[in-house]
Design a binder for this molecule. Structure first.
Ligand SMILES: [Zn+2]
Length: 446
């Protein structure tokens, strides 16, 4: 099937790697607002070279690049990718400069190769292979490539809300994925939601001499007491109504995760722990990993934390908290419940600032498109481990109502996304292009 297309991919791996290197050379760091327009234009050019029609959609943030090829087929396949990357710092930890990509030991090194410029390029080149070999595509193709994924996709709703027709498709491939520690490919069907807040307490007009702690109130203790009402010693979240709308894992999901190996013992070693939270193991650990929301302290600040001692009674205390949300929970609802919980417990003086939030989303594990991806993966890589959701978050909820998404990609456990020495295996990259062709083939027969 599609021999000429497959041959083109193998004969042109180096050319597509050159195209990827060109993309990686632009330091598209969304957090610094660098190179966004320049990269959007290059991505548009790559889509055009692959035979797609294109448009750049301006938002109040980074532009969204779309590409499409309508061949009047029954099925439509959509790709979601992003052209922005994480900052490369600390630069001194890189073995080669992050924005001067190079190949060593069968891997391509550079910021963004694993997350997500490599995936974006491999997908564009898989489509280009059809054009270059004059092979008719058996499915319609759409690309949505945004530029703010690494900073919470802040302005993506401006595009998705106005373009629901465009983001409607029979199946979609989400941005990330790859091989796990044992080399087996993994697919992710969902992402948890997030609700990120800062809590602040102010009890005095200024920091004062700590001897006065015998007569003056402590902001730091106020905050600690408030935090102490959020979770019990078994890590159960005590905010009234927190778990009310939460949807449990389905029977099909429970059956699927029974087969997944979370490499419990290996990660105990990596994290240097004797046991997981509440002594979780086996199926109970998996249920928590895929199905539990969190209430996590990201950082606490108050008073003096410098060298040596300084006797001070701090006037203020603050904490940043992220809640990971599962299906059924909404950040606006949790926001209200958090406020009410604080008030009901006498903490009306604790200010809450809402930074970001969006709900979880998942593709049902028994959706036929999941079978399409599984069959295609089998033809190229072999086994596929299916995770009902990632414990991480992403803007999947913007697409999920319009297209079932599965996340598979060209990365692996050595990829070091978001860290120094990010890399991909060139062989995985080549095979990921073949898997796209196989997905297209399987999809045309669905
Ligand atoms: Zn990322």
């Amino acid at each position: 099937m599609f021999e000429a297309v497959a041959q083109f991919i193998d004969d042109n791996v180096n050319h597509s790697i050159e195209a990827l290197k060109k993309l990686v050379r632009i330091p598209t760091v969304a957090a610094k607002g660098e190179g966004l327009n320049e990269t959007a234009e290059l991505v548009e050019k790559m889509l055009q070279d692959a035979g797609l029609q294109t448009k750049i959609h301006q938002t109040t943030g980074a532009p969204v690049v779309t590409g499409w090829l309508n061949v009047s087929a029954k099925r439509t396949l959509l790709f979601y990718d992003h052209y922005d990357v994480q900052p490369a710092e600390p630069l001194e930890l890189w073995d080669s400069p992050p924005f001067e990509p190079e190949i060593r030991e069968g891997r391509l090194w550079g910021r963004g190769v694993a997350d997500n410029k490599g995936d974006a390029t491999s997908r564009i080149w898989a489509i280009k292979a059809f054009k270059e070999t004059s092979t008719k595509l058996p499915v319609n193709i759409k690309f949505v490539i945004e530029g703010e994924e690494e900073i919470g996709s802040l302005h993506l709703p401006e595009y998705t809300e106005k373009n629901t027709d465009f983001i409607t498709a029979d199946g979609g491939i989400w941005e990330f994925g790859g091989a796990g520690v044992d080399g087996v490919q993994e697919a992710w069907l969902g992402l948890k939601g997030i609700f990120f807040v800062e809590l602040e307490v102010e009890r005095l007009s200024r920091n004062v001499h700590s001897s006065l702690a015998c007569t003056l109130p402590s902001a730091a203790y106020r905050l600690v007491w408030a935090l102490n009402t959020f979770r019990d010693e078994n890590s159960r979240i005590l905010i009234d109504g927190f778990y009310d709308n939460m949807q449990p894992l389905t029977q099909a999901e429970l059956e699927a995760i029974e087969k997944v190996d979370l490499h419990e013992e290996e990660f105990k070693d990596i994290y240097q722990i004797d046991e997981y939270l509440n002594g979780l193991s086996g199926m109970e650990l998996k249920k928590a990993y895929y199905g539990n929301p969190t209430c996590n302290i990201c950082g606490i600040t108050s008073g003096y934390q410098g060298k040596g001692s300084m006797t001070v009674l701090p006037s203020k205390a603050s904490v940043k908290i992220d809640f990971r949300l599962v299906e059924g929970m909404h950040p606006d609802d949790i926001h209200k419940k958090l406020r009410k919980h604080l008030d009901d417990h006498g903490f009306t003086d604790v200010r809450v600032t809402y930074f970001e939030g969006y709900p979880a989303a998942k593709t049902p594990i028994d959706h036929p498109f999941v079978k399409v991806v599984e069959a295609a993966n089998r033809r190229v890589f072999g086994d596929l481990i299916i995770h009902p959701t990632s414990p991480g978050s992403g803007p999947l909820y913007l697409f999920n109502k319009h297209v079932p998404m599965v996340s598979v990609g060209c990365s692996d456990h050595l990829g070091k996304a978001h860290s120094p020495n990010e890399s991909i295996s060139v062989e995985n990259y080549r095979k990921a292009m073949h898997r796209i062709v196989a997905i297209i083939d399987e999809m045309s027969r669905w």
